[in-house]
Design a binder for this molecule. Structure first.
Ligand code: ATP
Ligand code: MG
Length: 267
């Protein structure tokens, strides 16, 4: 899965990353679903172990263009995990109270505790994405944030957090189809926001903002992955695989049981 990881210092040109790539898997969609199911089961076991050991903390950051598949990823990849140990934090437009603080203030308190996996559905990266595209703060303010973010994530890492950041990469045409589906299918209409169309007009600005963020903030301690996301089954497969491989590499152990359990008789 290393092919999707951005090596620190790389200048990212998203035009060179194919959103419909499927080169890491030979089979078809059904075969992929089978493998993803097995990975789901493995993830369930690893998450239980993570929770039991209560040592490691895992932070997963999901960012994408609108309709990029953040919700679907959360639903499919974490299917079967224990809600007690898996949290989702969604970052919407900041409230007045949140805006009265620095931009990391609302984020830090949602970071995972020991034994927890936390999924950020949007994140502090909005503060160098939407904020940059819409000039919500001046360039001399947002341009300092890449360094802040690297330092912030370094703190989390130094204190025991494993960080994985996924950019769900869809094509502009795929977004058109997904927006159209939200209009056409009654049970999807609630997801359609007219504002998504004005954001779509700024597609190129968002691409530029994403490229800057991916280029400046993929670090050894908090790598970015560019996930080909035009095919949902491939997206789920790749993310599941990266997660399982990463958790398996943590070398976790169940806590030592209390002594002399063999001699206990329950009456
Ligand atoms: P979906 O992708 O499923 O539509 P969503 O994450 O887009 O869900 P919405 O309520 O539609 O949820 O959108 C949240 C909005 O909040 C986005 O437009 C996002 O850019 C915006 N937002 C998030 N963080 C910030 C921020 N720090 N400053 C300004 N806007 C933000
Ligand atoms: Mg939205």
């Amino acid at each position: 899965m290393n092919r999707y990881r951005i090596q620190p210092g790389t200048v990212v040109d998203l035009a060179a990353w194919d959103p419909a790539d499927r080169s890491a898997f030979d089979g078809d969609k059904d075969a992929a679903r089978g493998v993803t199911k097995e990975l789901n089961n493995r993830l369930e076991e690893l998450q239980e172990l993570l929770y039991a050991e209560a040592k490691h903390k895992v932070l997963i950051v999901l960012q994408a263009m609108d309709t990029g598949g953040k919700d679907g990823t959360i639903r499919h990849v974490f299917d079967g995990t224990n809600p007690q140990g898996v949290k989702v934090a969604s970052f919407k437009k900041p409230t007045e109270w949140e805006l009265a603080h620095d931009y990391l203030w609302r984020v830090h308190r949602h970071t995972p505790g020991a034994g927890e996996i936390t999924i950020f559905n949007r994140s502090h990266y909005e503060d160098v994405l939407v904020v940059r595209v819409h000039n919500l703060v001046p360039p001399d303010v947002w341009s300092k944030r890449y360094d802040h973010i690297n330092a912030f994530e370094r703190i989390l890492f130094d204190e025991g957090t494993t960080i994985l950041k996924f950019f769900l990469h869809i094509s502009k045409e795929e977004q058109r189809e997904r927006l159209q589906a939200r209009l056409d299918e009654p049970h999807k209409q609630w997801k359609f926001a007219k504002g998504d169309l004005s954001e779509r007009k700024r597609w190129d600005d968002y691409v530029g903002a994403f490229e800057a963020a991916l280029s400046k903030t993929s670090t050894e301690w908090a790598p970015w992955y560019v996930i080909p996301a035009d095919r949902k089954w491939y997206r789920n497969l790749v993310i599941s695989k990266i997660l399982v491989d990463t958790l398996a590499s943590l070398d976790m152990q169940y806590p030592e049981p209390e002594e002399d359990l063999e001699s206990i008789v329950i009456e």
